[in-house]
Design a protein around this ligand. Structure first.
Ligand code: HEC
Ligand code: HEC
Ligand code: HEC
Ligand code: HEC
Length: 463
């Protein structure tokens, strides 16, 4: 099943049996981020060694997952053809497709495989030195996520190596939800680093839209096992936490990026940040008004103005209600104030956006230690509850809503609160919610909310 051009829905159907394995160590967000930044700047460890340097048959290039500590067939999984797991190894190759040429030809960017505007996300971004084995043709290589390896490649598998020592040498702590989210969002939302922004003009030229959910997408590209050894080294992953922190980081990213020059395009705001369908609707000139939009209780904006895409604000509000109730009211009032400020002027919107971004950061930190127990059930309830469900009035938010439900049911299976058989039994209800967002142009909010409600009732019945 494709969602707005993605194949995500279809792939998720298989997740119930291959549930996410993600992780959390309890370090507060800020300390963790500072530690990793300090590690990166302390000495020159920014060198990229290239996938070939990881790919030896005694390293990560085995044909069998028979490694003692890690699988060691990670290369093969990263390369898996025609699966989401192999998407990153194909990221450069897709720049030779006709679709890529059409995009760059429309925008006057020349050959896509050499266009800086594309390479920041379709290859491993280069900011420092590159070793002889590094090649942009590798696409999004190991170091795009795990960090430049010059500082740790020689030591990370030796006796006495530890996760902490690796991180100190520049390895990225992908086991921490906030750090992982920041890495993925660079390409799966955008950043102000070179070549990492899909503008509305790129989309108008033919680039697919970009949608993302941290826990779900982590599972789709997972190439490690969360076995006893992993848990001993890095701790157990909490999927609900991963999801919730992912929402907070996405809100923060959208608002901080909107405040940069990326937030405008010529005389206009950058349309990428706004809800696509609010502009891309039909017009009826009949005598009687045909209203194609719905009022939204979370967004006090005047009729006739495009709403800021609030998909992650909606789900973050649900997460906060359950796992950080003391901050839920502040999030609500900050996000309402931001939407309202958009009707005034850019200065007011940027200021209000800054406050909302700070609240999201604080929530990322609070949610990093939430989770466990009954939270997944409670989150599902909150999403369908009276404070949140009426906010599903638009396509993007609804896609994010159905991904959330799917992630949460997977978390329940992983925590053994729901059996695989029971989850499979209600799959049809979840698929109906996916079907309601399958065709962006056929999206109807009331139908979506009805199918979401049905999916949630069937999950509730498993409690
Ligand atoms: C901010 C990061 C980012 C930038 C910049 C970017 N892309 Fe992409 N691109 C993506 C992501 C993420 C996807 C996958 C979208 C999805 O399906 O979720 C993608 C998908 C594509 C696809 C479809 C691939 C397929 O499998 O069918 C093409 C073609 C493409 N990009 C070309 C380009 C070109 C050409 C440029 C430069 C003009 C560019 N991209 C710039 C992130 C980016
Ligand atoms: C899109 C991002 C991304 C890319 C690209 C990527 N990885 Fe990973 N990798 C992850 C994430 C996320 C995890 C799970 C979190 C963790 O423990 O680091 C992981 C886990 C691993 C693990 C298990 C770590 C452990 O402690 O057990 C190994 C080994 C690994 N990756 C190797 C590779 C290799 C080799 C490549 C390139 C062929 C690669 N990865 C490419 C994101 C990525
Ligand atoms: C340097 C940029 C970059 C980073 C960092 C990155 N990705 Fe991607 N990712 C891409 C691009 C580009 C594509 C689309 C490739 C294609 O199919 O054309 C993609 C595709 C994917 C897909 C397949 C999506 C689909 O619809 O098939 C998944 C899943 C994914 N990424 C997960 C992640 C996760 C999880 C992280 C963080 C741990 C991450 N990515 C980090 C650039 C990146
Ligand atoms: C503020 C209004 C506005 C928003 C929000 C908006 N667009 Fe557009 N879009 C436009 C305008 C104006 C055009 C140019 C139409 C023309 O050329 O006649 C356009 C053109 C396009 C086109 C090309 C259509 C064609 O017929 O070639 C695509 C595709 C597109 N937008 C996708 C998107 C996506 C995806 C989003 C959300 C990320 C989005 N738009 C958000 C106003 C908007």
């Amino acid at each position: 099943m494709a969602i707005g051009g993605h194949m995500v829905g279809f792939r998720i159907g298989t997740l119930v049996t291959s549930v996410a394995a993600t992780i959390l160590l309890g370090l507060p967000l800020i300390i963790a981020l500072q530690a990793s930044l300090a590690g990166q700047t302390a000495r020159d460890i920014s060198g990229l060694e290239g996938v070939a340097s990881c790919a030896g048959t005694t390293c990560h290039g085995r044909m069998e997952a028979d490694g003692v500590i890690v699988r060691q067939d990670e290369l093969m999984r990263w390369q898996e053809p025609s699966t989401p797991g192999g998407a990153h190894s194909r990221a450069f190759a897709v720049l030779s497709y006709p679709r890529a040429r059409q995009i760059t030809a429309t925008l006057g960017l020349g050959e896509p495989t050499a266009a800086p505007a594309c390479l920041g996300c379709h290859t491993t971004p280069v900011s420092g030195a590159t070793g002889q084995r590094f090649s942009p043709g590798d696409g999004v290589g190991c170091e795009a996520c795990h960090g430049p390896a010059a500082g740790w490649i020689a030591s990370h598998y030796t006796v006495g190596a530890s996760h902490a020592a690796n991180i100190a040498r520049g390895m990225t702590a992908l086991d921490r939800p906030a750090i992982r989210a920041a890495v993925c969002l660079d390409c799966h939302f955008g950043s102000d680093k070179p070549g990492q922004f899909v503008s509305h003009r790129m989309m108008a030229a033919g680039h697919p839209r970009v949608s993302f959910e941290l826990d779900l997408f982590s599972t789709l590209q997972q190439h490690h096992d969360e076995d006893a050894d992993y848990i001993q080294r890095k701790g157990r992953t909490d999927g609900v936490r991963m999801w919730a922190v992912g929402q907070a980081m996405a809100v923060n990213r959208a608002l901080t990026l909107y405040a940069t020059p990326k937030g405008t395009e010529g005389a206009f705001p950058e349309f990428y940040f706004f809800d696509c369908h609010s502009c891309h609707r039909r017009i009826y000139d009949g005598e009687e008004r045909t209203r194609t939009w719905e009022g939204n209780p979370g967004r006090p904006i005047p009729a006739g103005m495009p709403p800021f895409n609030d998909e992650n604000m909606i789900l973050l509000a649900a997460a906060a209600k359950v796992a950080a109730p003391g901050m839920a009211a502040r999030l609500d009032s900050d996000s309402r104030a931001f939407h309202a400020a958009l009707a005034r002027d850019r200065g007011a919107a940027v200021a209000a956006g800054g406050r909302l971004a700070a609240t999201a950061t604080a929530l990322a930190s609070a949610l990093s230690s939430a989770g466990g127990g009954d939270t997944a059930f409670a989150m599902v309830d909150a999403i369908a509850g009276p404070g949140i469900a009426p906010r599903f009035t638009d396509y993007e938010g609804s896609v994010q809503g159905v991904m959330a439900i799917d992630t949460l049911i997977n978390a329940l299976v992983k925590e053994k609160r729901v059996t695989i058989g029971a989850a499979a039994g209600i799959r049809a209800n979840i698929n109906r919610a996916y079907a309601a967002v399958k065709d962006p142009n056929g999206y109807r909010p009331a139908d979506f909310r009805a199918s979401l409600g049905q999916a949630v009732r069937s999950i509730r019945a498993l409690r």
